[in-house]
Design a binder for this molecule. Structure first.
Ligand SMILES: Nc1ncnc2c1ncn2[C@@H]1O[C@H](COP(=O)(O)OP(=O)(O)O)[C@@H](O)[C@H]1O
Ligand SMILES: [Mg+2]
Length: 268
């Protein structure tokens, strides 16, 4: 069953958080999920040690390159979804996992430095595509976005990604206390107390939208491959709006970051 890898050589990009959100969402839908915890920090394994882990989520601690490849094979055969949470490096384990993936999610925060990490992850995917001689669907997932406004830095990152023809999730992962609480309290979003956690319903809706889009990207992999333009340095990209298809932004340049515009060439 599908192997979905979360990769970005930059630490703190939101890989582990997004990986866990997808896992608990799929488990909530009754799917058997295996999470390969290939991050030396083992945050997912620490979460699993807390109470409330759904029975249908198996945690497999990732080891070296060879072990990871074998683990992916085994879990691929018996789980409904295999989620690989990678370390913030660009080593051989990362390359191997990307090469074995049906979808690579590249969580990226909305600032130039973070987008550079995202661009590096894109290059890793494209390298693995050449090595394995197959298309590996991937998309940037903007993370820790502001629920109220889209910052100028975020806009620049979105423009840069669109200009470079890099696919981007329409759903962004909003900054939510609930997502942090998961790692403190354990369990799932449904298990958190709405009286204790602010905007829990919004956090749940956001996670659901992300999971739906991720699964959709698996079902309809990019029919048109992403342009192979090499992204230039993010900082050099001027914050010029593209002429279309984006209409005039709403008043006071407010846009909802839960659904950002798509830069994916397969999504008109
Ligand atoms: N959407 C989010 N809302 C709130 N906190 C977040 C969110 N995404 C990540 N964080 C926090 O940011 C830090 C880094 O996130 P993490 O998912 O561990 O990134 P990575 O796995 O890429 O290193 C963690 O403390 C995490 O709790
Ligand atoms: Mg991590």
């Amino acid at each position: 069953m599908p192997v979905i890898t979360f990769a970005n050589p930059k630490g703190g990009a939101g890989k582990t958080t997004a990986a866990l959100l997808l896992a608990i969402e799929l488990a909530g839908q009754g799917k058997r999920v295996a999470i390969l915890d290939a991050d030396p920090e083992q945050w997912i394994s620490q979460w699993a040690a807390l109470p409330g882990k759904p029975e249908s989520i198996r945690i497999v601690k990732g080891a070296n390159e060879e072990a990871l490849a074998a683990q992916i094979e085994v879990e691929h055969a018996r789980a409904d979804a295999v989620i690989v949470d990678l370390a913030g490096t660009a080593g051989r384990v990362v390359a191997r996992a990307i090469g074995a993936s049906d979808l690579v999610v590249i969580p990226t925060q909305g600032a130039a430095m973070d987008a550079k990490g995202g661009a590096k992850a894109v290059r890793l995917v494209r390298h693995q595509e050449r090595m394995t001689r197959r298309t590996i669907p991937y998309a940037i997932l903007l993370t820790r976005t502001n629920a109220a406004v889209t910052s100028r830095a975020m806009r620049r990152v979105q423009d840069y990604l669109a200009t470079a023809g890099i696919p981007v999730f329409e759903t962004t992962i909003v900054e939510r206390a609930a997502y942090r609480d998961l790692f403190d309290i354990g369990g799932t979003l449904a298990g958190l107390d709405p009286a204790q956690v602010s905007n829990l319903d919004k956090a749940q809706a956001n996670a659901r939208a992300f999971a739906a889009e991720a699964m959709g990207r698996l079902e309809t992999p990019a029919s048109v491959p992403a342009p192979r333009a090499r992204p230039g340095p993010i900082v050099a990209v001027p914050s010029v709006r593209r002429a279309s298809p984006h209409p005039t932004p709403p008043p006071s340049s407010y846009t909802s970051p839960d659904r950002c515009r798509s830069a994916s060439p397969d999504r008109p």
